[in-house]
Unconditional design. Structure first.
Ligand SMILES: Cc1ncc(C[n+]2csc(CCOP(=O)(O)OP(=O)(O)O)c2C)c(N)n1
Ligand SMILES: [Mg+2]
Lengths: 335, 323
């Protein structure tokens, strides 16, 4: 994709300056998370979305707090952009008290219902049918909220993708599906394992209007998401957005991604969505000092979160047995 | 005698069977790069992409297609990556693979090896840590294998591939790197033959999969206290070796079963019930079971550890047999 070096008309510099900050917050949160894995502060797998930040800010920037959002194993960016607190998220990654889920879920299960974030998911594609059900409830309750469901290009080969899209179409549900197409499903190039024209064509075949855009162009994602969300909110039924992007890191925080050539990754770094938005902001009249200030603020926030999370105590033992269910005692003489 | 890892032992068995039988093939996500745990490393190079086949993220279709391919005379090894994701293919396994032979009056055979690793794996949380072996033991038509050692992962994999019925083959994620001895000309290990991992006369301790190693440590502790614990590695949950367990209990008069899975409804309950039915008179103490609390597995290390069956928890329960 060509870099957009000149700002388009309607370029809202103040809005995109805020996006720029959020993109850095996501990037630096995830760099901190990768560091935490190396420092053995995080022992489970994390899935960075470095390189995909424009999708998170562009889509979630158009959701209201009351709107629901469902994410994937690669959900830090979506969650931050939806408004979750970075320290609570960092604590969750570190498995500490005060984490969004009391340290019980970790990176792959971050959720913050307070900001409409109904959960990351460890099972690829599982969020699609849940999102459809959330939208179904909104319709039953005659609410004006919508649901946004994000998933990867690999998820479209699971059955729940077909079942969920069909369901949303049958009931004209208020849901925006966002397929974050980063070209990979773990170590596999998704294309090689996907028949037909891909996600947008599949959505259209199920009667859902679909668009495919450059997902590394934050302003374009923003404009497109705004329009589609407006249509969904207006009662137009489900919409489907494919954002073409690239995962600049490995699949997990420790994956060296040896399955793709170095040159490919280096070339993709030239399409870094943060740098692209920065260039557009400069073209719109901001100074490098303005951009640096945003980055510094994001950096201070994430360094602070890292330091604070690491000092936060572990959850008390009772957390292991809390919120299992109302009936019965989970301990029933286990050992 | 040579050394081999748990992962490589199964791989060696697969490679040998694939060389000997052109109908054996493997299918699953990311197999082209050698599998997510490296458990197929080198096999794509030797056998090519048709026999070590990549798959889309389509667990239901991977399993279902393997059922069809098995009915048509091939022997698929199905890679499910984590037992948790195999739940996306439960209909294909439980309603289809397990029942086809019976329902169709013996016309169909479904020779399938479903590899689905189980167990806690540091901070993998509730959807990547489960041990669901007892579910499958409950399903007529399925064989259930839970190897604990490299040698067993070789010998049982050989038998699983040659077997004509669907086998749920559950390796433990924490054991991939475990090294152990293997014979220079190792043999296949038949299903339903337990292994006495440590002989003893005072109590019988039954375990499988990674818990065998915790059980052996616990037995070592008890030995220092003058108690000789016989550790029986069950190896298979179906068919399971009732004779070896009953003979051991008749000798020792005491039984403890330890497993990583949730204690409630775990396979330990079945063993305890059979011993109560068949060897009640031999028991000098109530049967005891060790298993996980009935809670999803938490992410935070200290919470995860609360749910873990350890040598210490097993030893404590074993001491209870003598109280
Ligand atoms: C049902 C299921 N199968 C397999 C996995 C293992 N897995 C985790 S992420 C992943 C790749 C997902 O690819 P994609 O949907 O494109 O998302 P991305 O990782 O690229 O963000 C796989 C196969 C899983 N979590 N769930
Ligand atoms: Mg992808």
């Amino acid at each position: 994709m060509p870099s957009s070096n000149s700002a388009p008309r309607n370029f809202d510099a103040a809005r995109y300056r805020a996006f720029y900050r959020t993109m850095w917050r996501i990037r630096l949160f995830e760099e901190a998370a990768i560091r935490a894995v190396a420092d053995k502060l995080v022992l489970g797998a994390i899935h960075p979305s470095i390189g995909q930040e424009a999708v998170a800010v562009g889509v979630c920037g158009n959701l209201a707090r009351e709107d629901a959002m469902l994410s994937t194993h690669r959900g830090h960016g979506h969650t931050l952009a939806k408004g979750a607190d970075s320290l609570a998220m960092m604590r969750e990654l570190f498995g500490r008290e005060g984490g969004t889920c009391h340290g019980k879920g970790g990176s792959m299960h971050i959720a913050d219902f307070g900001v409409g974030m109904l959960g990351a998911n460890g099972v690829v594609g599982a969020n699609i049918v849940i999102a459809v059900g959330a939208a179904h409830a909104i319709k039953l309750k005659r609410e004006n909220r919508i649901v946004c469901c994000l998933f990867g290009d690999g998820a479209i080969n699971r059955g729940p993708f077909m079942e969920g899209l069909n369901w949303a179409g049958v009931w004209k549900l208020p849901v925006l599906f966002v397929c974050e197409d980063n070209g990979f499903a773990a170590s596999t190039r998704t294309r090689a394992m996907t028949s037909g024209e891909g996600p947008a064509a599949r959505a259209r075949a199920l009667g859902i209007p679909a668009e495919e855009i450059d997902g590394n162009d934050a302003a374009l994602v923003d404009e497109t998401a705004k329009r589609l969300i407006g249509e969904v909110r207006g009662g137009g039924g489900p919409r489907f957005l494919v954002t073409k992007t690239y995962r600049l890191t490995g699949h997990t925080g420790v994956d060296p991604a040896a399955y793709r050539p170095k040159e490919e990754v280096e070339a993709k770094w030239k399409d870094d969505p943060i740098a692209r938005l920065g260039a557009a902001l400069i073209a719109a009249g901001l100074s490098q000092a303005d951009l640096d200030a945003e980055r510094r603020a994001a950096s201070a926030e994430m360094d602070g979160a890292y330091a604070a999370a690491r000092e936060t105590p572990w959850p008390p033992e009772r957390r292991a047995y809390e919120d299992v269910q109302d009936a019965g005692d989970p301990r029933v003489a286990a050992f | 005698m040579a050394k081999i890892t748990y992962a490589d032992a199964a791989k060696r068995a697969i490679a040998e069977e694939m060389r000997a039988d052109p109908t054996v093939w493997a299918v699953g996500e990311d197999l082209g790069r050698g599998g997510v745990f490296g458990q197929y490393k080198g096999l794509p190079e030797e056998f090519g992409p048709e026999r070590i086949a990549d798959a889309p993220i389509s667990e239901a279709c991977i399993m279902g297609a393997a059922v069809g391919a098995a009915m048509m005379g091939t022997r698929p090894i199905v890679e499910m990556r984590f037992s948790d994701f195999a739940l996306c293919a439960i209909d294909e396994l439980v309603n289809q693979a397990a029942k086809a032979r019976f329902m169709f009056g013996g016309q169909a055979k479904v020779p399938l090896v479903v590899r689905e690793p189980i167990g806690m794996w540091r901070s993998s949380a509730a959807q990547h840590s489960q041990s669901l072996e007892s579910w499958y033991a409950h399903i007529p038509g399925l064989v259930v294998v839970c190897p604990a050692t490299p040698a067993d992962n070789y010998g049982l994999m050989k038998t699983a591939i040659r077997n004509d019925d669907p086998v749920v083959y559950m390796e433990h994620k924490n054991l991939w790197g475990l090294e152990g001895d293997i014979d220079d000309a190792p043999a296949a290990i038949p299903f339903g033959k337990a292994r006495v991992a440590r002989a003893g006369k005072d109590a019988t301790l039954v375990a499988w999969s990674a818990t065998v190693h915790a059980a052996l440590e616990a037995a070592g502790e008890l030995a220092k206290e003058g108690r000789e614990i016989e550790v029986v590695d069950l190896r298979c949950l179906w068919p399971w070796d009732r004779e070896t367990v009953l003979a051991s209990v008749r000798k020792t008069g005491r039984l403890l079963i330890a497993h990583e899975a949730v204690r409630v409804g775990g396979f330990g309950a079945e063993i305890a019930a059979v011993v109560a039915e068949e060897a009640h008179g031999a028991l000098k103490a109530p049967v005891r079971r060790v298993g996980s609390p009935r809670a999803p597995i938490a992410y935070a290390p200290p919470l995860e550890d609360l749910l873990r069956v350890t040598p210490a928890t097993i030893a404590r329960a074993a001491r209870g047999l003598f109280a």
